[in-house]
Design a protein around this ligand. Sequence first.
Ligand code: GLN
Ligand code: ZN
Length: 518
Amino acid sequence: MINVYVLTYYDSLEENTFKTLLETSVKGIFLDIVNGKSNLELLRKYKDYINNKEIILGVTNGRNVWKADLLKIKETLNEFKDLNISISNGGPLFHLPITIEGEPLDEKLLNKLAFANEKLTELNILRELLNENKEEKAKKWIEGIYVSFGEIKEVKEKIKNLKEEDFVRTPSFEERNKIQRELLKLPLFPTTTIGSFPQTQEVRKIRALYRQGKLSKEDYETFIRGEIAKCIQIQDELGLDVLVHGEFERTDMVEFFAEKLEGIATTKNGWIISYGTRGYRPPIIYGDIKRPAPMTIKEIAFAQKLTNKPVKGMLTGPITIIAWSFVREDISNEEVAYQLALALQEEILDYEKAGIKIVQIDEPAIREKAPIKKRDWDEYFKWAVRAFRLCHSKVKPETQIHTHMCYSDFGEIINYILEMDFDVISIEAARSKGEIIKDFEKVNFDREIGLGVWDIHSPVVPSVEDMKKIVERALRVIPKEKFWINPDCGLKTRQWQEVIPALRNLVKLALILREEYK
Ligand code: GLN
Ligand code: ZN
């Protein structure tokens, strides 16, 4: 006889599904009680109907790096003494790095952490606690988990004192759009890119040398300035309208900011899979977040001095930083997002002082971070949108705020996105052949929009004709005055020999369109 078990994780089971499962002949059901908050309720409610089915409870967090409170779990499990219970981790462990061993992290932080290997040790300690009453061992394991550190009073105060107007930018988009047009004097169909330029072998090598201490900070910074200067010159020669500095100083768009902010730790070997064969090292947000010093101003201001065209300031938004990090659980994600937003707000105000006229706040992960169940979306997007607005609410009307989002099903989230109150958004359109524009038809979309007409995930250099078809389709919906032309994401994974001809075509396209639509 083969037994069948049904395993569920990441969220709670729907009541109906649970009831149905109880009526089937499955031998056992796995419920994640960490990320599935209402699974325990279900279990309580249907306790007497479970018959002899085995219930496997996911009791430790498979998606986050914090140790579990084993004594609390014991208490919870006490309630279900009459059932046939097994324990497990609350979901697959591939969301976690392998081990904390060898991580040069602060002792206090290390004491709170469990990566994949440690989650298994933890489960074993819990088993011994439950079956053999080994309390001392369990107590020792959780000793550090409630030791608080990294608290910053001043940050907490600021969050407490936030008022409704801190989330509202004035004047209205219409008014500031006029001011920005006056100031920026961009042509019809302005061209730009999303931020990064090729992270070549050489760039990586030099950074590695610098990190190993084989290259001085000065020499490293001189190298980066050299790359920025080349990048600006190339964009100027290509004839792009809004330039970027190229992000050569950034390993990764989240890790870079994590290293600059207080309250966030980064790891040496904490790799996890992002997609396909790509990996990244999520930072760990453990304390209150503060910006001890400007993070990106030096490079952007340097780039701006080299050209008469506007250079975009380039930031990673609060939700994307949260989505691609491991986040503390002693305060809400909402509060963490506002702390990040306040740090980014300071950075944007510093851009203004440095004469930067356009700032892009990337939020590629805003859709991905949304809860699995749509009924939870309103609550999530409410704070996600507010966090974004907090970043830019204090800027001058003339500062143009851009955002960028990668491929995602826009139709589903467009009403939330509109609330973010940016001036310009750049989105994917190449893979969907412009179909995405249908989503904008349904709403009253008044912002400027940069259509990603070049699919940068492919090495193919897009032709002027292909890109033109996408634009023409979109122009049936979006007025030409609001239309930007750009690739659909950053260029860091591409080669220079693809980037240059592709951008040349992109600029050519803009010139043709300017003639045709003037
Ligand atoms: N500015 C970032 C870049 O160009 C945006 C990356 C992203 O959207 N994932 O690399
Ligand atoms: Zn992107």
